[in-house]
Design a protein around this ligand. Sequence first.
Ligand code: ADA
Length: 560
Amino acid sequence: MKYFARRIQKLDGLWDFAFADHCDTPENPRWNELVFADKISVPGVFDTLPPTAGRRGTGFYRTCVEIVQDGTVEIRLGGLGLWGAIFWDRKLVGVDDLPYSGMSFSCETSAGEHELIIAVDNRLDFKRTPLFSQFYDYYGHGGIYRSVEIHELPQLSIDRALIRTVSLQTGEIAAKLLFHGNPGKTAKLGFAIDGDEFQTIEVAVAEGVAEFYAIVKNPKPWSPESPCLHRICVKLDNGCAIEETFGLRTIEARKGELLLNGKPLTLHGVCRHETHPQFGPALPTQLLAEDIAWLKELGCNFVRGSHYPQDQRFLELCDQYGILVWEEGIGWGDRDNHFSDPGFCSGQLRQLPLMVKNSYNHPCVILWGFLNEGDSSSQLARPFYASMAKELRRLDPTRPITYASMFFEKDIDFDLVDVIGINAYPGWYAEDRDKVRPLEDIAPRLDRFTAFLKENHFDDKPLILSEIGAGGIYGWRDRMRSFWSEEYQSEYLAEVCRYLETHPRFCGVALWQYCDGRTYQSGYALGRPRAFNNKGLLDEYRRPKTAFETVREYFHKSQK
Ligand code: ADA
C-alpha cells in the first residue's frame, strides 16, 4: 500500500550495532555497558556475520530519526527474530515476540532528532519466545529480517483499505477501511479506482471501521495465467489518502476441489523457506527476484510459504507473476507441552490477525494455514486447533483454511478445516530400514491415506500433498544411487510426479522443498548433513540439482 500526506521514512541502511552475550533483561538493558562500535545492515541478521556468527545473545541496532512535527509516530517492523524490544529515546515502546510477523508500535514524540534502538535477541528461551523452539528444522536467526519504517501519523488517516471481491462479473468490490484516529460516527471520503475520477461518499463508522461498496469499471479477474491487478485510492477530507493494490478473484473449496474464479485448480508447487547462508531470512530484493525466476522456470503455479508469515515483497511478486500462495502462521511439530502453554497459545492467536491484515489484499494468497505438523492426533491439542480455525474464519471468511498434518490416519482434526494437507516422506524416512532404495513405498502409503479419507467421508475436502521429498547433496553424484545422492533425490521425485499424474484425488503438491536451508546448530543436526536441510531442488546458493530438471519436465508437461 502507499500513503499520501503522511511522512514516511524507510530506515533501511546501515545502523550502529552492539552485541551482548549475556544480557539478562534485554527489555531493560544497562545502557552504559553497551558500546556501539560496529555497523550492521537493516534488514540484516547478526548471526551470519564473522564476529557474531552462530552466536546467541542480544544484538542492539541503533539509528537516528528526524521528526518534523510533535505527535504520534508509528514504528513499523516487517518482521524480526527471534524476539525484539523497541526503544524510542531509550524508553521501551513495545516488545515483538512474534518472529517473522509484521508488527507496529506507536508512541508520542516531539519534533527533532530521536534515537531508535531495537534490541534483538536470538536466544532459544521458551518463555521469551514460545513460538520458536530449538528443534524447529530451520535456523532461528537473530536480526531484523525485513524493512523498518517510521510513520508520522496525522490526527486522522486510513491505516488500511481491505478489498474483497463481491462479484467477478460486475466488478463489485467491498472496501473495509481501518482508521487511525477517531473519525466520529461518519466519514466523508473520495475514492478512485484504476486512476479514474474520484467519487465522493459518506460512510458510517463503527469501532474505527467503515465499509463501502464500489464497482471496478473494467474488471479483469486475477489468475495465474492472467495476473491482472487493480488499484483503489481512498482519500479523506483532510487530504490523507491510501492506495491499495488488489486482484479480483474468488477461491473456494468445493466437492474435493479448489476453485479459483469457479474453475478447478491443480497446484504444482514447492515449499519455500526465506533463507540464504549469508542473509538468513533477510533476503535482498535481487534474491527474491531470482527465486521468482527459478519458480517460473520450474513451472510452479504454487508456493507453500513455510513455516511463517511471508515477506510482503515476496507476496507482491507472487501477485504480479501469478503464483498462488499458501501462507501460514509459525509452527513446527509443536506438541502437548506447547498447546498447554498460555504464552505459546496466546502468541499463536495474536499472530493470526497480523498475518491476515498484512496479506489480505494479495490475490496470490489463496489459503491460510497454521501449526505445521503440530500434534493433530492429540485430544489435548484439539481445542486449540479448533480455536485457531475459528479465529482464521472470523478474520477472513473468504479464504479456505488448512494445516499440514503428519499424522495420516491418526489425525483427528481434519473436520476443522476446508482443505486437507498431508506431509509424507515414504521412501525417505523409511518404515523399514532394511530396504534399499524404498521408492516403491511411496504409492501404497499415499493410497492408504486416500482410502482412509474416503472411508471417513472426507472426500468433499480438497487434498494437497503439502510436503514430500528426499535429501540430495549438491554435487554428490553416486553410481550406486544411494540416499543423499542427486540421483536418489531425482528418482524419488520422479516417482512422486508419476504417482500424482495418475491420482487426481490430490489437487496439488508442494514438494519439499524449493532450496536447501540452514537448520539446527545442535545434535538435532545428526540427520542433517552440513547442518542443512538438503531436500532442496536447488542448493542454498540457488544452484539447481538434477531433481530440478526432473520436476521441471513434469510441471511443464502437466500444464499443457
Ligand atoms: C517436516 C517439516 C519440514 C521439514 C521436513 C523434513 O515435514 O514440516 O519443515 O523439516 O519435515 O525435511 O524432514
